[in-house]
Design a protein. Structure first.
Length: 373
């Protein structure tokens, strides 16, 4: 049904999903519903689209409050895991990390700080770059594997391909559905619907969300990343709320299939097994993390360097004083509600990862807020 609105204007490709007239038509339908609902999305790219294209103002006019949940992988990775890779860098290993992750603070420093001190920290665009580094040196190379189901398949396929013996992975990958279950179970924020991330859903499909709609009687829509994708997803959620429905719909049908990407899922299943792990802002979430299966433990940095990481177990990890990143990731607070936002905490001098990462709510709010100001 929703494609009828798109097809009415005959626009194609990207322009099809950024058409102003179509956006106005969807917004008019939302306004006509006289809504008063609170929704949540769990994707930094969705947040960027919402703020960049002014959809937040449209939603406000339409009676829709949109919150961002734990949709930034660099943000939800807890301090303990950053401290693990920082410790390995201090021990003399070559550490390869994504740029955002390298700037997140551990207990007292970040990977970027260590690089400034002379430790061998490399910024990479993907695990393939880290493998190339390992092939060019005899030293131990550790890749910090951060990300949801979107990036986990690339780690899995790399492990299956048999990388060099001096290459290991510190797995910080996380599964999204268990975190959503934990979030909804807390009941801190009353929601009328969830907009699910297109990137994650490309891998896992639509089916894993169905149990959440059944358990919590909550409408869900998988959405793409263009402005019309997001607008239409909100409209579809509002329709479910109005009809008293609680099901999972797929707005992003041009990319997301019901059962996801079978090959990617198969690779993940071969390499990883679920683990109970901490998320920033949460306690331990059962079966929400990944650990390498026993047959691949020679590539598991936590197993290979277990003795070097023992000191981490004795440490106490707390959120930086005044930082509300944990609350933001649970949808309890917005960026502007943090007293550090834009004053003590800026992208150049970030206190928490929500300001560090380009997918973090604080970073996005600061970036576009600066433009408005």
């Amino acid at each position: 049904m929703h494609y009828k609105i798109y097809e009415a204007h005959g626009v194609e490709d990207m322009f099809r999903y950024r058409n102003r007239e179509t956006a106005d038509r969807i917004a008019a339908k939302l306004k006509g519903m006289e809504l008063n609902i609170r929704l949540m999305h769990v994707c930094g790219t969705h947040q960027d689209t919402i703020v960049h294209f002014g959809l937040d103002s449209i939603f406000k006019e339409c009676g829709v409050e949109m919150r961002q949940g734990p949709g930034c992988p660099v943000c939800v990775t807890p301090t303990r895991e950053y401290e693990e890779v920082i410790t390995l860098a201090r021990k003399g290993h070559v550490v390869a990390s994504f740029g955002d992750a390298s700037r997140v603070m551990g207990l007292k420093s970040s990977l970027i700080d260590l690089r400034a001190e002379g430790h061998d920290v490399r910024i990479v665009y993907g695990i393939e770059d880290a493998v190339k580094i390992a092939k060019q040196t005899d030293r131990s190379v550790v890749f910090m594997a951060v990300g949801f189901e979107t990036t986990a398949p690339s780690t899995a396929t790399t492990i299956l391909s048999g990388p060099p013996e001096n290459f290991t992975v510190l797995s910080c990958h996380r599964y999204m559905p268990p975190a959503l279950d934990a979030l909804l179970g807390l009941g801190e924020v009353r929601l009328q619907g969830l907009m699910e991330p297109g990137h994650v859903s490309t891998i896992i499909g639509v089916e894993p969300y169905e149990i959440l709609s059944q358990k919590y009687r909550l409408p869900q829509v998988v959405a793409g990343f263009e402005p019309l994708d997001v607008l239409m997803a909100v409209y579809m959620l509002a329709q479910q709320v109005e009809r008293g429905e609680a099901k999972v719909e797929n707005e992003y049908t041009r990319v997301v299939k019901n059962r996801g990407n079978p090959k990617a899922l198969e690779a993940m299943e071969k390499v990883f097994e679920p683990a109970d792990v901490e998320w920033r802002g949460f306690n331990i979430i059962p079966r929400s993390g990944t650990q390498l299966r026993k047959k691949f433990q020679r590539y598991d940095a936590r197993k290979v360097f277990e003795d070097e990481l023992k000191s981490i177990e004795e440490q106490t990890f707390k959120q930086p004083e005044g930082c509300r990143c944990g609350d933001i990731l649970r949808g309890v607070a917005d960026a502007e509600e943090c007293k550090l936002f834009g004053l003590v905490c800026t992208p150049e001098h970030a206190v928490g990862p929500c300001m560090v990462s380009a997918e973090g709510l604080c970073n996005i709010a600061y970036k576009y807020g600066q433009r408005k100001r």
